[in-house]
Design a protein around this ligand. Sequence first.
Ligand SMILES: NC(=O)c1ccc[n+]([C@@H]2O[C@H](COP(=O)([O-])OP(=O)(O)OC[C@H]3O[C@@H](n4cnc5c(N)ncnc54)[C@H](OP(=O)(O)O)[C@@H]3O)[C@@H](O)[C@H]2O)c1
Length: 338
Amino acid sequence: MKAVCVTPDRDLEVRDVPEPTAPPEGHVVVDIAACAINHGDHAFLKTRSLRNMPATLLDIWGSSGAGRVIAIGTGVPADYLGRRVAIYRSLSMIHSTQTAGLWSEKAQVHYLSCLILPDSVDARDYSGSLVNVLTAYAFLRQIVEEGHCGIVATAGNASTGRALVELARREGMPVLAIVRSAAARQELADMVAEHVLDSSALDFENRFAALAQQLRATAVFDGVGGGLVTRIVPLLPMNAILYSYGFLAGSEPVSFPTALLNDKNLTLRPFSNFASATVQDPKRLATALTVLGDGIDHPAFLTRTGNSFALDQIAAAMSADGQCKSILMPHQQAQPLN
Ligand SMILES: NC(=O)c1ccc[n+]([C@@H]2O[C@H](COP(=O)([O-])OP(=O)(O)OC[C@H]3O[C@@H](n4cnc5c(N)ncnc54)[C@H](OP(=O)(O)O)[C@@H]3O)[C@@H](O)[C@H]2O)c1
């Protein structure tokens, strides 16, 4: 079968590789329908410090996808067989050394990296979702356990932000979502959010400070960094903790007087789904996948899909950039590119 593999120089190339047929204990083989190219697929490929990450089987790349389970190993609950699943391969790598990447016609992963989808949904719409939904869920579990009463989501209109707003709404936890345009504010308010502020609005700072206090929003889910963090840090309530999980502002620096750390008893911490209690503990991960499967058809959990590419078109797919994610469809023939 064809697969997109990573070379020792951290480039990608299409190779012919053996097809997985007999999954080992705890693993499934999935006939892959679609794979989204997510931020992590780019970042982990080129980040120098991550070059020694454990390789996946056959060096197949790609961490998000969806497809149908066509074989199960011993110990896998029988209800996985024949079902369509959303996959976030990296969950597998904590609990398995037998995981392959997803950018291939068929993939072998641990069943704890698969969320069973309802038959009524299109697998392509979930080809990049699980990483984001699971990250939001793991964050919510952590901050509830830490005793926070409200959240600020800086990347309100990103997939992670949307997922968090909807999951928190289901538990009655208020979220102050920040977006960067009036159009995004309207879109998010229509879809899911009660408290949305547009950071480009003239009165943003005043409204943010008042609402963050009112909602006791001391847990900041920061997917942006940079200038936005510089703007909101002085306005946060006392005892706020800023959890940095994403870097949509790229290398833009953050700047504030360190006296604020004392004045507000402010904490800055990283957050990653890998390190979360939800992902590290197989029992909690299994519970998370079951809970998230119930109601996964909400629009906040869909992958925003862009153009589709065949595996042979991996270079074009990786360089396509935009609001929507490029989708690799392993069973699609290469199409002429516009
Ligand atoms: N640590 C973890 O465990 C973890 C897990 C998943 C994702 N991440 C990281 O989280 C970040 C978000 O990922 P995602 O998949 O949720 O993103 P995404 O769905 O690709 O979000 C893109 C949207 O975010 C908004 N956005 C982009 N740049 C922005 C900026 N500078 N300020 C505010 N909003 C901005 C834009 O919406 P508008 O065009 O409407 O403004 C854009 O459409 C990435 O850095 C990703 O690597 C980390």
